[in-house]
Design a protein around this ligand. Structure first.
Ligand code: NIG
Ligand code: FE
Length: 418
């Protein structure tokens, strides 16, 4: 017998239905905010969204799930995290407060390098045990789909170790986890010793790491930190070209701190997303708007780094780019798993409307993972991925900032949180 569930008594159902393109929503109804509405799920799928009294008549045998006047949304889709790491890096926060820049800390062997040293010293079981409670906490804020990157290993074995931890987490948690290979997160220090040797690390990425990751089917995406001082545009082209040739879809950390043409390259390569973009140029905005590449914005990162600058979200939306939001959860620049807090920042720092922010965290987040027709919407045919919040109006989600309002969530019709 298929298992039917009927979600009733919600104060609002927020469907986020529609195609994952530019959504110039400035009004709440643009996110599909419905009242007196119920949702039907059968096994792992949403099968109906419609008037509550009618659906109660149509599905008399369904199990009733009482939303108790809360707000029901699609499960949130966090499309950019670095959730596989060992120790936190709280000491860098004070260094930055004292005036040292993020890149300066990295140049001195801290930053990503410090997480790399730490991750290399830990085994798979230890990394799994550290990631598990962090991801449970992430789910407790309403996220049901999360992307996880490797990128603190930077050797073949340490990157494979990180990706295997992700694989184990996929089996251990009721979360949809999308794995990304980020072997090009940095040039490891041992390859930075001589200027000639960075080419050796790139050769390792192209000739050994990418083919092995693809062969073992350990990642859906390949990502790179394309930024002056890290990987150049030409290196990015080489590395992502190899990744694409091995069947990996592409993501880029693009124009995070300085504009370098990385967003334009993302569009040219047909990347699924270009992420960060706080320093994107006018041609970069135009290139993304003319492409299928999702512009993923990470306002928590700029806030945590103490930067006044944020990505030009309004310009991106006005130009027609599809904008997604994500936490960028990582030990260096964004140690938060609280996705609703990122919605607060999207409204207060990026000047998004609530409907734009909610769509960016659901429909467009799914598009940033190539999952636009699978999750991120309460629409018939979509996966039964839902989050129920203890609020009476969706505008309260970014309003009670920093709060934990998710009461329950479901992935593929099964309990995810609560
Ligand atoms: O998305 N920009 C590069 N990568 C991460 C930071 C990683 C770190 O500092 O550990 C980011 O901000
Ligand atoms: Fe990142």
């Amino acid at each position: 017998m298929p298992s039917q569930s009927l979600f009733i008594n919600a104060s609002q159902i927020v469907t986020c239905a529609g195609p994952p393109r530019a959504r110039r929503g400035t009004e709440l109804r643009d996110a599909g905010v419905l009242t007196n509405t119920a949702v039907v799920t059968v096994d792992d799928r949403i099968t109906a969204v419609g008037p509550e009294d009618q659906l109660q008549r149509d599905y008399p045998a369904a199990e009733l799930i009482n939303c108790d006047r809360g707000v029901l949304t699609p499960g949130l889709v966090d499309s950019h995290t670095h959730g596989i790491f060992g120790k936190p890096r709280f000491e860098e926060q004070e260094l930055r407060a004292a005036g040292l820049g993020y890149m300066e800390i990295a140049r001195q062997g801290g930053g990503i390098h410090s997480s790399v040293r730490d991750l290399r010293s830990r085994d798979e079981d230890e990394l799994f045990a550290l990631a598990l409670p962090r991801l449970k906490r992430l789910a407790s804020y309403g996220t049901t789909t999360v992307e996880l990157k490797s990128g603190y290993g930077l050797t073949l074995d340490d990157e494979l170790k990180s990706l295997r931890v992700i694989q184990r987490l996929q089996n251990a948690l009721p979360l949809r986890i999308v794995p990304t290979f980020l072997g090009a997160h940095e040039i490891p220090l041992e390859f930075r010793a001589k200027t000639s040797s960075r080419a050796d690390y790139i050769a390792l990425l192209v000739n050994e790491m990418i083919p092995r990751v693809a062969k073992e089917k350990l990642a859906t995406f390949a990502d790179i930190f394309c930024e002056p001082g890290v990987y150049t545009l030409a290196e990015t082209r080489t590395i992502l070209g190899a990744a694409r040739a091995h069947g990996l879809a592409l993501k880029l950390h693009a124009d995070e701190l300085q504009p370098s043409g990385a967003a334009e390259l993302a569009a040219e390569l047909g990347a699924t997303s270009a992420d960060h973009l706080a320093a994107i140029s006018e041609p970069g905005i135009k290139a993304l708007a003319a492409s299928q590449t999702v512009a993923t914005l990470l306002p928590g990162t700029m806030l945590f780094l103490g930067k006044a600058k944020q990505a030009p979200a309004r310009d991106l939306i006005a130009a027609g780019a599809a904008v997604a939001l994500a936490t960028d959860f990582n030990p260096g620049t964004s140690p938060t798993v609280n996705f609703p807090l990122i919605l607060t920042l999207a409204v207060s720092q990026l000047h998004l409307s609530v409907s734009e922010a909610v769509i960016a965290a659901t429909t467009n987040g799914a598009a940033a993972l190539g999952l636009a027709s699978e999750t991120g919407q309460l629409s018939p045919g979509f996966s039964a991925d839902l989050a129920l919040f203890d609020i009476g109006d969706i505008r309260e989600l970014p309003y009670w900032y920093g709060d934990q309002r998710c009461r329950r969530s479901w992935l593929r019709g099964e309990a995810c949180h609560g």
